[in-house]
Design a protein around this ligand. Sequence first.
Ligand SMILES: [Zn+2]
Length: 411
Amino acid sequence: MNGSGIWHAQQAWLGHRAEDVLIEVENGRITSVIEEAQAPPGAVQLKGWTIPGLANVHSHAFQHIIRGRTESGGGDFWEWRRQMYAAAENWDPGDYVKYAMGVFQEMLEAGITAVGEFHYLHGFGNGLGEALIGAARQVGIRITLLDACYLRGGLDGRPLEGIQQTFSDGDADRWVKRVDELKEGEGARIGAAVHSVRAVDPASMRTVAAWARKHNAPLHIHLAEQPAEVEECLAVEGCTPTQLLEREGILGPDLTAIHAIHVNDEDISLLGGSKVAICACTTTERDLGDRVGPIRKLVDAGSPLCLGSDSNAVIDLLEEARGVELDQRRATGRRVLHQPEELFQAATSDGMKALGWEAGELKVGMLADFVTIGERPPVVWRPLDLGYLIYGRVACDVMNVVVGGKTVVSK
Ligand SMILES: [Zn+2]
């Protein structure tokens, strides 16, 4: 991921639409960006719209295997979780490398250049986490391995059952000891996750957050996806999950809250006031029958927005971006709650920040991750604009992907 070269983009997004853009890259970083430039000999031509690489902030690669399999029968989120747990069993590191390579290749071909793997399959210690890092390295996608602490079956302290037992390290100190043994490398960062307020007690939560802050690493948590979590937290802790995180000192700009659907006005001002990033996973939330979260209110309160493919029922960050808006339209009866620029920022620069990468913008000093949306005949050529990009293009329109100055997809 420390490639060098020169690319010449027909049109590129530099915060505005630019024509004939020359992008020079040395050792994986952008060293110059010049508009209205001639292509020098040897420059790689990028026909179409070139944009920064997309950030998939929340993924569980293994859940890809249940795509389509949970669409018959019936049930709710908890019934889906039972089926998902069955799919979490029986992976070994060799199988997992192979499967994750396929999932990550699908992401790259959709223009995703960095993925956050929210990882809790600890049956082989670090074996399956290292498998994810190895798979990412082999296909050429950046990975932030968000190693999740998972210690109990619910807020009342009930024990772990079945497959959940393999998610657990026993206690937070042992989680620290294991995560300390994971190694970062080119294109791979280690981050921390508290699985949820359900699965981690307050003292252990503080240990995980302290580890993340000591290492300047991203910290993620699943938050208030289902009303049952909020009800149980109110019953046991006497406060909402967000208020519990505030009480324990977990909220901060380094925290990304996944989902944040069942949050009240006080929660929204706590999250926004602490600049906690919110990761919406629309295609999965839709699939699971989750309600529509108050994303507009959270952003207004101060939270940056980012996006994730979560269960990987769909891998298309453009669909995640428009889904955030379109789901809220149906929930509120209003149109254009988010401008296309805001959705684009969620899919690129704010997503990259949540994963700890200096990427997501085509400018000098940034990691050289960029994606070209091509012409797909028959297509009516339109100049690059973000409204058309978000609402009119799909993952399979991605024709070329560069990560760290190396071409990893060229169709
Ligand atoms: Zn998740």
